[in-house]
Write a protein that binds this ligand. Structure first.
Ligand SMILES: [Zn+2]
Length: 413
């Protein structure tokens, strides 16, 4: 049995209240730096203060609430996630982690339990990266991983990050002050909805995250020959779109049949001139591979190069591969995974290990602190959608295990 029980109805009420800020018939809209995001942040700050957390906003715009430990010379144990959403998103992605962290602190406060370590609850800004197409902005700022491209990024209307940061209490000219050094945090724990179907399908209560997936993004440009759709015989065509479609099927086969890496997706396609009566002379596809094993990603790239070379030869077209972003996979140490599993067992809950197919703030914070993540089931595996849903019981289970995890870490670290 867990030592202290979180207040499940209070947790779900806060999730619900936050879920009304930026709510529309099409889903949640708390895109970072928007008035709705700011309303969500203000709500979060009020809750943190009610929980007895001393709250400040760092220069990167992250909201940090701190509760003293009995030994304030110890580094803090941090918990958190994000309250921004994608457009037309759901009520649980990010929100659960922040609301649950606050509930954990409220429970400890009510029970009069003071941890040895100071506790921090962090609401990272702009996790989703919708506005500037740059994501994990708050957590990467804290980890010192922000790049010049992040600072130079402009939104679709040409506005820069600086004024947005001021709107939420940050300061782009002093971003360096948001950086935390390795050792400043004893650990970072993030509770999140799975955003996939595994736990829901297996009926398991808690997911112990083994690592956060790496991602390799490519574009393949195919150069054939544009010509008249009525007069050019089939035998002499060099149709770039036909070659692209063969490639799409081969990329799907790489994972679905050959299992070279975990998942592959061709998510965009463009044909030129994109007219029904012209043989497409040029086409391009955008694709990505994801796996927690970087060697699998390297193997996928190698196979992609092999099949494009072969397809170019077979079809008499030219294919060029552009290698875009490569996000490194971030493993969770065996010790940290074991701690999450132990916390789940102490709470009498079933658990299973699984990788995270989505990115999270924890992957940035992993470079400055030992990190662990736990998942709760997403009904039907849906997320980034108004249909995103996790049951009140599952949300409460996650918060309960998060509390237990914090207490275990407080004893051992
Ligand atoms: Zn999230």
């Amino acid at each position: 049995m867990p030592r202290y029980l979180i207040n499940a109805s209070r947790l779900n009420q806060t999730l619900d209240e936050l879920g009304h800020l930026g709510e529309s018939p099409d889903g949640m809209d708390r895109v970072a730096y928007s008035p709705e995001d700011i309303a969500g942040r203000e709500y979060t700050i009020r809750l943190m203060e009610q929980a007895g957390l001393e709250t400040h906003i760092d220069t990167a715009g992250n909201i940090i609430g701190r509760r003293a430990g009995s030994d304030d010379t110890l580094p803090a144990i941090a918990m958190g996630s994000h309250t921004d959403t994608v457009p037309k998103g759901g009520k649980y992605d990010g929100a659960l982690g922040v609301m649950a962290s606050i509930e954990v602190v409220r429970t400890l406060g009510e029970q009069g339990h003071q941890t040895r370590h100071p506790i921090e609850v962090i609401d990272f800004t702009n996790e989703e990266g919708t506005r500037f197409h740059r994501w994990l902005v708050g957590s990467r700022s804290m980890a010192g991983l922000l790049e010049q491209e992040d600072l130079d990024a402009v939104d679709d209307d040409g506005h820069g990050l600086g004024p947005c940061l001021s709107d939420i209490g940050g300061d782009i000219s002093r971003l360096g002050e948001a950086v935390r050094q390795p050792g400043e945090l004893a650990a970072y724990f993030e509770l999140h909805i799975e955003q996939g179907p595994n736990l829901y399908q297996s009926g398991t209560q808690i997911g112990v995250v083994t690592g956060i997936t790496g991602r390799a993004v490519f574009e393949v440009e195919i150069e054939g020959k544009a010509n008249h759709a009525g007069t050019t015989p089939m035998s002499i065509r060099r149709d770039a779109l036909v070659s692209a479609s063969k490639l799409i099927l081969a990329i799907q086969k790489m994972t679905a049949e050959q299992e070279i890496c975990r998942v592959s997706t061709v998510g965009s396609i463009r044909a030129v001139p994109n007219a029904v009566n012209v043989i497409p002379g040029n086409a391009s596809i955008g694709l990505e591979f994801r796996d927690t094993d970087m060697e699998a990603l390297a193997a996928a790239e190698q196979e992609l190069r092999r099949i494009t070379d072969q397809a170019a030869l077979d079809d008499g077209v030219e294919m060029e591969i552009f290698r875009h972003r490569f996000t490194t996979a971030v493993p969770v140490t065996a010790e940290m995974q074991a701690l999450v599993a132990e916390a789940a067992e102490n709470c009498g809950m079933t658990w299973e290990s699984l990788p995270s197919g989505a990115g999270h703030d924890a992957q940035a914070i992993a470079s400055i602190a030992p990190m662990a993540m736990l998942f709760v089931p997403s009904v039907d595996g849906i997320s980034h959608s108004p249909e995103e849903y996790s049951t009140p019981e599952d949300c409460a289970n996650g918060a309960q295990v998060l509390l237990e995890l914090l207490l275990l870490a407080d004893n051992r670290f």
